[in-house]
Design a protein around this ligand. Structure first.
Ligand code: ADP
Ligand code: MG
Length: 344
């Protein structure tokens, strides 16, 4: 048998590296919306406006009134592994921002046409930068208000396989609405607007009452069924609402959990929730809840998943127990008492 030629090992060019990285973070238009909304929140924005056309594949525009960026910062913002959120190595172990990987803008820019216009309060004039399929142009001056506008056109134009996996505009819009909902629920004190094909879907005034924001998304029936939850040990704080069993669902998609301001999905916490409602729901029904947990940043590792949807707790058992106990205690205290069996 003739020997096969030895394969060549080569270092991949940065552009290809970014495209591969984009595959992890940017799955669909909603991933872009999630990443950009998180950036706006991290930038201290008070008002954030999202505009989409064609389910986000034609256009995604996100404008905020956050801190903005200078001309010098723009090329760095779209470079890979470049972030303002990790000042030193230590910072990775107590992350206080939603982002920190410095990958989103580089990834988005490598699989779309990205335009950023931005201005800081210190500057009289803004700057614009364009990235097309990973090719970064030099910034140019432009007029714009303080803050940042991100425009993404033709998502996945240069990644045909990913483009083919896109669903209908309606389905993609649904995913965008969900990403928008998660961020807007996590930040009730900020103004969020979502417009799709010139139709305003949401215009959410800032509020200090979380239940107001929940009501804007899910309506009166849910809002009327909210049971306030509150508990605090020295480190873990749980607050928010669990819904009355009468508004249960056929799936567990309406279980919103936020950890230190970040929306998460966690099997173990979902299990704690199911346990808490044991005996209150018919088989196959799932509770609805809106829960916020706060704990010191070093009790949780958010760096286990590229999109940070999943996290890892240093003491998962304690967090589980805390949530279960808090819910059971509250259920026993409210008029659900007679329906609740002993917590076994
Ligand atoms: P990360 O959020 O992980 O830092 P990104 O690629 O999402 O990485 O963003 C890179 C950098 O660009 C951020 O660290 C931030 O300094 C800057 N940036 C991104 N979006 C905005 C925004 N809306 N306003 C101000 N600065 C921004
Ligand atoms: Mg980011």
């Amino acid at each position: 048998a003739t020997a096969k030629p030895l394969p060549t090992i080569r270092q991949l060019p940065p552009n290809l590296v970014n495209k591969i990285a984009a595959g992890e973070v940017i799955e669909r238009p909603a991933s872009v919306v999630k990443e950009l909304l998180e950036n706006s929140v991290d930038a201290g924005a008070f008002r954030v406006e999202v505009t989409i056309n064609g389910g986000g594949t034609e256009l995604i525009r996100i404008s905020d009134d956050g801190c903005g960026m200078t001309t010098e910062q723009l090329p760095l913002a779209v470079a890979s592994h470049a972030t303002s959120k990790l000042p030193d190595e230590e910072a990775l172990f107590h992350v206080h921002t939603l982002g920190f990987r410095g990958e989103a803008l580089a990834s988005i820019g490598s699989v779309s046409q990205l335009t950023i216009r931005s201005r800081t309060v210190a500057d009289d004039c803004g700057s614009e930068i364009n990235v097309r399929g990973g090719v970064i142009e030099s910034p140019t001056p432009c007029g714009c208000p303080v803050g940042t506008v991100m425009e993404i056109r033709n998502l996945f134009f240069n990644t045909p396989v990913r483009h083919r996996f896109l669903k209908t505009a309606q389905t993609e819009r649904g995913h965008i609405v969900e990403a928008f909902t998660r961020i807007a629920l996590a930040n009730p004190d900020k103004h969020f607007v979502l417009t799709s094909n010139d139709k305003t879907l949401y215009d959410l005034a800032p509020t200090t009452r979380w239940s107001d924001r929940i009501a804007e998304f899910f309506g009166g029936e849910i809002a009327d069924s909210l049971i306030p939850i509150e508990s605090d040990d020295s480190q873990i704080r749980v607050s928010g609402y669990a819904c009355d069993p009468s508004v249960s669902r056929g799936n567990n998609r309406m279980q919103y959990m936020f950890l230190n301001g970040r929306h998460i999905r966690d099997r173990s916490l979902q299990h704690a929730l199911t346990e808490a409602y044991r005996g209150l729901l018919m088989v196959g029904r799932h509770p609805v809840c809106f829960l916020r947990m706060e704990m010191p940043a070093d009790m949780v590792d958010v760096n286990v998943h590229p999109t940070k949807l999943e996290v890892r707790f240093t003491d998962g058992g304690r967090v589980y127990g805390r949530l279960l106990q808090t819910l059971r205690y509250q259920f026993l205290k409210t008029n659900m008492t007679h329906r609740v069996g002993p917590a076994s």
